[in-house]
Structure formats: structure tokens, C-alpha cells
Design a protein around this ligand. Sequence first.
Ligand SMILES: Nc1ncnc2c1ncn2[C@@H]1O[C@H](COP(=O)(O)OP(=O)(O)OP(=O)(O)O)[C@@H](O)[C@H]1O
Ligand SMILES: [Mg+2]
Length: 272
Amino acid sequence: MTKIEINNVSMNFEVEESSTSALHKIYLHLEDGEFVSIIGPSGCGKSTLIDIIAGLKKPTQGTVIVGNREVTGPGPDLGIVFQDYSLFPWMTAYENLRFAIEHTNENLEPKEIVEKSKKYLDIVGLSKFANKFPNTLSGGMRQRLAIARMFATDPKVFLMDEPFGALDALNRVHMQDLLIYLWSRGDKRETTLYVTHDVDEAILLSDRIVVMTPSPGQIKEIIDIKFERPRCRNDIVKCAEYIRLRSNLLSLLNEEMLDALAEQEKHMRDLV
Ligand SMILES: Nc1ncnc2c1ncn2[C@@H]1O[C@H](COP(=O)(O)OP(=O)(O)OP(=O)(O)O)[C@@H](O)[C@H]1O
Ligand SMILES: [Mg+2]
């Protein structure tokens, strides 16, 4: 059972004289196998929350529990796709994958590691680019490589921070389908926290969508998405319920964006 429990988490960043409150009293529980998306304005603390769950940042207040473990540092059961991909620039695409597989699954034979690395490169359509270094790949290819790396390590929890942001529309659709396929392979679904700016993507993928307020990020609303799975994108977009959900989400986000923009404008006026 891999539940995620975020209990009363707040995060302040103290840099020199100034303090930024990035998250304020976040309380969110994900059930085993649940797919939850987070959506909210830029700077509302989405990546900070992912880093805290991954054990890469310690919250100023509150606790995170993954499975039965209180998170105090990074663990192998968590698979992460970072917003900036975080690939090793000195390793080829193949070596990036092999390294991740080797270090998260010490029981595999060398032959199995090679096979698995190749299989996941193939799954994301990068076999031809196995020997390329990340700086010679396009943004979308780097993103696909980061996604392959996460899947290849068989994590119990997926933490994904705008993983498809740099993909063109066609690749995005392909990767969304692949994600859902890998998420629900076998009879076990992996607990997933997924950050996106894309309302349609959030509805298609999620069991629940968490809408956040601008800085300091707080949970504004949590919306249940009850469409049966498997979901067919061409069918659900025609449902009245889809149109209602989409417009509700967009107006919630618009309120937040307008507040954030007004705040930013006031700050700029104070500066000049
Ligand atoms: N290491 C840090 N030091 C100081 N402030 C930070 C640090 N990391 C993040 N912040 C601040 O915390 C807030 C939340 O940042 P975060 O990156 O989590 O936002 P986000 O919701 O992921 O934004 P985006 O949608 O643009 O990716 C911002 O105000 C940011 O400036
Ligand atoms: Mg972010």
C-alpha cells in the first residue's frame, strides 16, 4: 500500500534578509493507486511540494508520509520527473537510463540492465538517439528521456512535474496514453502526483484535481473526476460533465491568475 500523506506542510525560504512563504498548511492525502493532479499559477509552490515529497527539501513545518515511511530524505521507491529534466549531461541517453536502472535495482543482471535500458528508450521513441548526449537532444526528447528514466526504475510512486510541458501536441497525446498505460499496467496502479498547467490533460488523467492559490500556495479546491477508466479523450470531451468541469477549472484558475497579476502589477508600480 503506497499512500501519500501530506500533513500540514508549510515551506518558507529564507534568503539573506528576505523570506518567501512558498506553501502554507497543505493537507492532502492520496490513496494507494490514486492519480492526483496539481494545477495553479506559476510560483504557487507546485515544484516545492514535489521536492518535499521526494525528500529533497525539508518543510519548515509538517510531515510527509509515503507508504509507511516518514520522508526524511530521497528513497528508491519514488520515481520523479523534474520540471528541468535533471539528466546527467556527461552521459548519453542510454547511459542516463542504465545508470538509473543500475542504482535502483541492484538485483538485476548486467544483461537485464542493458535490455531494460534499450526497452525504455524504444518505448519513448529514442532508440536512434541512444548515443547522443542530452545537450544534443531537443527539449521534447530530453523530456521523453526523463520520463523513460522514471518508468524504467519501477517506482511505487510517480512524482511528475510538468513532464509533458515541452512536447508538441502529437507527442503529448502519445505520452499521455503511454503514461496511463504504464500507470495501470497489471492490476496495480501507481500512486501519482502530477503537476500540469493543462486543464484538459488534468481532466483526462486524474482521479482528483487540486487547484492551488498563488503564493503562498494553499489548496483552494479539490475536484473529483469521475469519468470511468479507460477514458477515451474523443468521447469524454463531448460530455456535458466535461464541459462543466473544464469551465469550472478555468474560472477557478482565472480568479487565481487575475489575483496574481494584480499583485505583480502593484509590485511593479511600487518599484517605479
Ligand atoms: N531554493 C529557493 N530559494 C528561495 N526561494 C525559492 C526556492 N525555490 C523556490 N522558491 C520560491 O518559492 C515559490 C514557489 O516556487 P515553485 O518553484 O515551487 O513554484 P511553481 O508553482 O513550481 O512555479 P512554476 O509553475 O513556475 O513552475 C516561488 O516564489 C519561488 O521563488
Ligand atoms: Mg514548477
